[in-house]
Write a protein that binds this ligand. Structure first.
Ligand SMILES: Cc1ncc(COP(=O)(O)O)c(C=O)c1O
Length: 438
């Protein structure tokens, strides 16, 4: 199939790499992570599940902005509410009363919590939660399991032998991070309670922060054990649900496990694409940070609160987690089926509405790049990972699987690196952090 014309997008990204640090703002949206020198890079419009690039190509988006828009891009109801707010004014010397409304909603969904604080990004929310937890904890040392943003407190874990390789991606340097933060953040693996216990005893941990699920649905027994240990050692337990929130139930995914944290972060889906992130927590913990200076001008901006209030109202009505989980399961079934039919061994990871596969062979990264290349020709923004939104339906999924099946058919015949390289029109996609600027 012929390559599509993406000249304008390529030109703009070439310029960007010279004048924007790292080429763009989010590693997961870097063209090199998908298809180096062949990725459309920029969008003009987005609606539901459709994206239009600078060269007027229209794509079906299977990656869906890494999970920000469960209700689809440019959701008319959320957008309308935001536009009404814009007309009334979104900034003033006084505060947005919508922050109080949002707090009432989030606290009613999470009965264990008694206070909230808001910011704009997941990394910020994570740094904020660490500050609150350290204000309340007997000791400031942190044990983490998962990805928790770009800030110094987190990257400090990598002063020890690329420890974040298992939690985010290999190759992250600690350049620019204060070396005095060495031995302040430590990693543990999901489902390894002995490792956590050893860490707590040896390092005198005061705060445990973790994602409740990443590669699989939450392990309730593991979470219960973590809670028990945190109680025993008087450790503040934080669940980072910036990504998992609202994807399985109304609120954090921990609600289906019955295990409650002391602090919780919700992000991404909360404002359906508008920037808003919440930190909620038990009142006796949150209140300990009252004398810590935590404050920012744009945390008062109104749009995030308005968007989140409307998004939560819609979530409550249509329960989108049921639909996105259902089609996630259907995609998993179809992935396994077409892999078997084409003699490919794949491993599926994730939890239904955020799901991915990897090939169980040494050519995984090459195969992934080939899939992105060939799906792009058929006007899909796609790799080996899908973030579902409510616009993914059976028709869309069946068409996507039909296109993917043809590619799996090609891949089933590939036996060597040489053969797959002959089929790639671009360098292989990046699997780790790399320098981009000239
Ligand atoms: C669990 C988790 N925490 C924190 C973050 C960082 O959020 P942001 O990219 O908004 O800073 C992410 C982003 O992927 C995440 O998945």
């Amino acid at each position: 199939m012929a390559e599509i014309n993406i000249k304008k997008g390529l030109k703009k990204y070439k310029e960007a790499k010279k004048i924007i640090l790292g080429g763009n703002m989010l590693l997961s949206k870097r063209p090199e992570m998908f298809l180096p020198d062949r990725w459309p890079s920029y969008f003009k419009r987005s609606k539901g599940i459709l994206v239009e690039d600078l060269d007027d190509n229209k794509y079906i988006d299977m990656i869906c902005a890494v999970g920000t828009n469960i209700l689809g891009y440019s959701n008319p109801i959320v957008d309308n509410e935001v536009m009404k707010a814009i007309k009334k004014g979104i900034m003033s010397t006084l505060n947005s009363y919508e922050e109080v409304e949002l707090t009432k909603k989030l606290l009613s969904l999470h009965k264990w919590a008694g206070m909230a604080k808001y910011c704009r990004s997941g990394g910020e929310a994570n740094a904020l939660a660490i500050r609150i937890a350290r204000s309340a904890a007997k000791n400031g040392k942190v044990a983490i399991c998962g990805y928790h943003g770009w800030h110094d407190w987190y990257l400090a874990a990598n002063f020890k032998k690329n420890k974040l390789g298992n939690h985010l991606l290999p190759g992250l340097k600690t350049l620019g991070v204060n070396k005095k933060l060495k031995n302040t953040t430590f990693t543990f693996d999901y489902n390894n309670i002995e490792q956590l216990l050893k860490l707590i005893k040896e390092k005198n941990i005061g705060v445990v922060k973790m994602e409740v699920a990443r590669n699989n649905l939450p392990n309730v027994n593991f979470l219960r054990e973590v809670r028990k240990i945190c109680n025993k050692f008087k450790i503040i337990l934080i669940f980072d649900e910036c990504t998992t929130g609202f994807r399985r139930c109304n609120g954090g995914m921990h609600l289906i496990t019955g295990v409650e944290p002391d602090i919780l972060m919700l992000g991404k889906a909360l404002g359906n694409g508008y920037a808003i992130t919440a930190v909620i927590g038990k009142k006796n913990v949150m209140i300990k940070a009252e004398e810590s200076f935590i404050s920012s001008t744009f945390w008062t901006e109104r749009i995030g609160f308005v968007a989140a209030n409307k998004t939560l109202e819609i979530f409550d009505k249509i329960k989108p987690w049921e639909k996105i989980s259902k089609y996630g399961r259907y995609i998993n079934y179809q992935w396994n089926k077409i892999a078997q039919e084409n003699n490919l061994e794949i491993k599926i990871s994730g939890y239904e509405s955020i799901t991915s596969f990897s090939f169980q062979n040494k050519l995984n990264q090459y195969f992934k790049t080939y899939i992105t290349q060939e799906m792009l020709k058929q006007k899909y923004l796609s790799s080996n990972q899908i973030y579902l939104n409510i616009y993914h339906n059976k028709n869309i999924v069946d068409k996507y699987i039909k296109s993917l099946n043809k590619i799996f058919h090609d891949l089933g015949k590939i036996k060597s690196k040489k053969e797959i390289l002959e089929k790639l029109n671009s360098p292989v996609s990046h699997s780790s952090f790399k320098r981009l600027n000239d």
